[in-house]
Ligand binder design. Structure first.
Ligand code: HEC
Length: 124
């Protein structure tokens, strides 16, 4: 498995190394994941990857590009697939987080964000 991975790698070496490390890490931490299932819940993914800049659905860098429903609608990204794509690939000056999102993490995250936006980011 490792050999084919190395073989098909068409991206830069440091990036490839990083991805390989992440793969190893996720393999090692897989059994733990089964016990603590919520490590890949929308909320924990958001806290881990997005909250630094989007705390409570805001945007600390570009105020107008926040995750409130009015902004998402204005920018035509009020659907899970569009948000998932931004999470993976980034947008404008925001980097993508593809390397940190596994399996369906992008969509789990996007659905959670949309759900929060619809609730105006008010926690119960
Ligand atoms: C380092 C800061 C930073 C992090 C971390 C970050 N973002 Fe962003 N995000 C931005 C900035 C800045 C923009 C505006 C980009 C632009 O338009 O140039 C943005 C824009 C967005 C938008 C578009 C919002 C709109 O109203 O147009 C979405 C959706 C989004 N981010 C989702 C995410 C998700 C999901 C994550 C976590 C995987 C995340 N962001 C992590 C800084 C960040």
């Amino acid at each position: 498995m490792f050999k084919t991975f190395k073989f098909n790698c068409s991206i830069s070496k440091p990036k490839c190394f990083l991805i390989a490390l992440l793969c190893i890490f996720s393999l090692i931490s897989a059994p733990k994941k089964l016990i603590a299932l919520d490590t890949s819940s929308g909320e924990s993914l958001f806290k881990k990857n997005c909250a630094g800049c989007h705390i409570n659905g805001s945007n600390i860098i570009r105020r107008s590009k926040n995750l409130k429903i009015s902004s998402l609608k204005r920018n035509g990204i009020d659907d899970p697939e569009a948000i998932a794509k931004i999470a993976r690939e980034g947008i404008g000056i925001m980097d993508g987080y593809e390397d940190l999102l596994f399996d369906n993490d992008d969509l789990i995250l996007a659905n959670w964000i949309l759900e929060q936006a619809q609730k105006a980011w008010v926690q119960e």
